[in-house]
Ligand binder design. Structure first.
Ligand SMILES: Cc1cc2nc3c(=O)[nH]c(=O)nc-3n(C[C@H](O)[C@H](O)[C@H](O)COP(=O)(O)O)c2cc1C
Length: 323
């Protein structure tokens, strides 16, 4: 079984990820947020890949992601990734952002089975590195993936990850587990599951329903509770359950050290204090959504504008949690 960090653009950047790997365990791989490669690109500068660790450069294997719909840009990016030393690339066919859909990329490409297959024909026949896909059930209807998935059997994909929501749903509504089951039947082999694994109980219920799945991708659940991957891994050995993790994760010293270390590492990346504070909020907001969070903290976190304000709020929060 493999636990994979989901790409989280604007949050789980390289600094976040390497800091995370230094403090927590349980992850086997990480998919990076999509690389900023424009359409009709002729040459991809090496600095574009600075956000991704090369094989062997990081404690956790990282796989770069592309968000493209243009065959020639894909081939150019692929060549550059190969020359830079990467051994796998992931194609994003799931992004639900309106701007991305309007450009016919991400989940905006899912209704176009023919175009996806044409691009795959071209890149799979030339690629010397592995290609994996991350998809949703469809842009507007799950029939879009039900049409695509049987065709994917003909390609030498490294892996297929499915987040069982539609693009138009963004992140609302429930994940469609019947849709995931149907997709697995159509593919005839295990698919990597991604979506709403926010606790060990969530994972155990999904594992029970899909015992053949051996790749699990976690995103927001890791931001909310960074101990989640290790708890999932330990459960296989120890048989723990969620009652042993009922405390808020911010009660744990390791999470507090991680946050301080992350801010230290991030300071040099942000020239404006407000940008650093906003980055911190972008992470902590997921932790704040946990039920065991101290009352009112979420709203107060959203109001802070300086690191000094964060330090006072943090002291108060830790005091409250420690009582
Ligand atoms: C802030 C944010 C940024 C995301 N960025 C990407 C991205 O760059 N590429 C991608 O394939 N998915 C991206 N996603 C989708 C996640 O990778 C994942 O599919 C989704 O959050 C569902 O998994 P989860 O419930 O475990 O978070 C993003 C999601 C969020 C919330």
């Amino acid at each position: 079984m493999k636990i994979i960090l989901a790409p989280l653009e604007g949050v789980a950047d390289r600094t976040f990820r390497s800091c995370y790997y230094d403090h927590f365990r349980g992850l086997d791989e990480a998919l990076t947020p999509f690389l900023p490669i424009p359409d009709r690109v002729k040459r991809v500068p090496l600095r574009t890949f600075a956000e991704v660790a090369l094989p062997g450069e990081s404690k956790v294997r990282e796989i770069p992601q592309l968000l493209l719909s243009d065959e020639s840009a894909f081939l150019t990016a692929l060549g550059s990734l190969e020359r830079a030393g990467f051994d796998e690339v992931n194609w994003n066919l799931g992004c639900p952002s309106r701007g991305v859909i309007r450009k016919g990329k991400g989940s905006g490409l899912l209704p176009e089975t023919g175009k996806i297959l044409r691009i795959l024909d071209s890149v799979c026949s030339r690629a010397r590195i592995g290609i994996s896909l991350k998809i949703r059930l469809g842009l507007e209807k799950r029939e879009e993936s039900f049409r695509l998935i049987p065709e994917l059997k003909g390609y030498p994909l490294k892996s297929l990850t499915l987040h069982p929501r539609l693009g138009v749903q963004m992140y609302s509504g429930r994940v469609d587990l019947d849709g995931f089951e149907r997709a697995m039947d159509l593919y005839g082999r295990p698919i990597c599951y991604n979506g709403d694994i926010n606790s060990l109980d969530d994972f155990l219920a999904l594992k029970k329903r899909f015992p053949d799945v051996d790749r699990w991708m976690l995103g927001r659940g890791v931001l909310a509770d960074p101990f989640l991957p290790s708890r999932i891994v330990d459960d296989r050995v120890l048989g723990l359950d969620d009652s042993q993790a009922a405390d808020h994760p911010l009660k744990q010293r390791e999470f507090r050290y991680f946050l301080d270390d992350l801010l230290l590492r991030m300071e040099s990346r942000f020239h404006r204090e407000i940008a650093l504070v906003n980055y911190l909020k972008g992470i902590l907001i997921y932790t704040c959504n946990l039920n065991s969070m101290a009352e009112g903290f979420r709203e107060r976190l959203l109001r802070i504008k300086t690191i000094n304000e964060w330090n006072s709020l943090k002291a108060e929060l830790y005091d409250t949690l420690d009582q």
